[in-house]
Design a protein around this ligand. Structure first.
Ligand code: MLT
Ligand code: MN
Ligand code: ZN
Length: 304
């Protein structure tokens, strides 16, 4: 089984369209050692032809163009994307669903009841898509074991609830429920090897710590370096905690968490454009390397 990183940036991407922070300005001008990144999504395959998309990024069409294997061309209208699984209902993870509207049949969509409610009552994507291909909703229940997604056969998806919030637009933003956000263990039943994926991870609950401890590969929240990064750069008053993200630095931060984990590969994903780790020659990046932590990039492949 293979995990393909389609997009490794947080909401807004890198560079972000309206941002002139040192990172965005530098990557736009080519004056810093950093590569552009599209918004957060991964795809899973067993045969390089049939794929499960985990999150549908607003950059999905560019991601499909960048990866010809997502378009196997077996018929006059075709796609390798067999189904989509959502981790939450955030704009950067769901708006790409609208780009799949030309499908000839309803889109198999694996999502929790809470995410589906936000997609239908908050963002209206569910109702809008009903006028195009439609959605074939497959309810996901976190913390109740794993399931497979056809046509993938030997890949098991095991969701765990995350302690976090529904998106800002959600009618129940201030009334959190299990299922608003999930993390995912992706297991290859043949090799027994697994990856834990959580692009938004604010808190290490015992269930999350257990899932992370058992995984061979960790692909987790790399949004912010500093707990107060956006304010320090004059970009926003929101803290990492306000947004449900555990920063990498500081006591109890993601570096500390990853240091305790036995996984063979530790990879940060969903990186905000403000994060100094985007610069390949930064001291922050060197510190990650010292801890054996990698930074995901668009096009990265992880074999399990
Ligand atoms: C987040 O995960 O906090 C998002 O990237 C924010 C957004 O998409 O607006
Ligand atoms: Mn996000
Ligand atoms: Zn920026």
């Amino acid at each position: 089984m293979k995990i393909q990183v389609l997009g490794s940036a947080a909401g807004g991407g890198f560079p972000q369209w309206n941002c002139n922070c040192a990172n965005c300005d530098g990557v736009r001008k080519g004056s810093i050692a950093a590569r552009p990144r599209t918004q957060s999504s991964i795809a899973i395959t067993e045969n390089n032809e049939d794929w499960v998309l985990v999150n549908a990024s607003p950059d999905l069409l560019a991601q499909i163009k960048a990866l010809p294997a997502l378009q196997p061309a077996r018929a006059v209208r075709d796609s390798g994307i067999a189904a989509v699984l959502l981790m939450d209902a955030q704009i950067d993870h769901v708006t790409g669903l609208l780009m799949l509207r030309e499908r000839g049949s309803p889109l198999p969509l694996y999502a929790t009841e809470q995410v589906m409610a936000d997609l239908t009552d908050g963002l209206n994507i569910g109702r809008v898509l009903a006028h195009y291909c439609g959605i074939d909703w497959r309810p996901v229940q976190p913390d109740r074991g794993g399931f497979t997604i056809a046509p993938l056969q030997r890949t098991r998806f095991t969701p765990v609830s995350l302690e976090s919030k529904a998106p800002p637009y959600s009618p129940h933003r201030n009334d959190p429920h299990p299922g608003d956000n999930i993390g995912l263990t992706i297991t290859d039943a043949h090799s027994g090897r697994s990856a834990f994926y959580a692009p938004g991870l604010g808190e290490l609950t015992p269930a999350v710590a257990e899932a992370m401890s058992g995984a061979d590969v960790l692909l987790v929240d790399g949004t912010f370096w500093h707990a107060d990064e956006m304010r320090l750069l004059g970009l926003s008053s929101k803290t990492a905690a306000d947004m449900g993200h555990l920063p990498q630095s500081g006591p109890g931060g993601m570096i500390d968490v990853l240091d305790r984990m036995p996984a063979g590969r530790k990879i940060l994903i969903h990186i905000n454009n403000s994060n100094p780790i985007l610069r390949e020659d930064s001291p922050e990046r060197a510190l990650l390397e010292k801890h054996g932590i990698e930074v995901a990039y668009d096009g990265m492949e992880i074999e399990l």
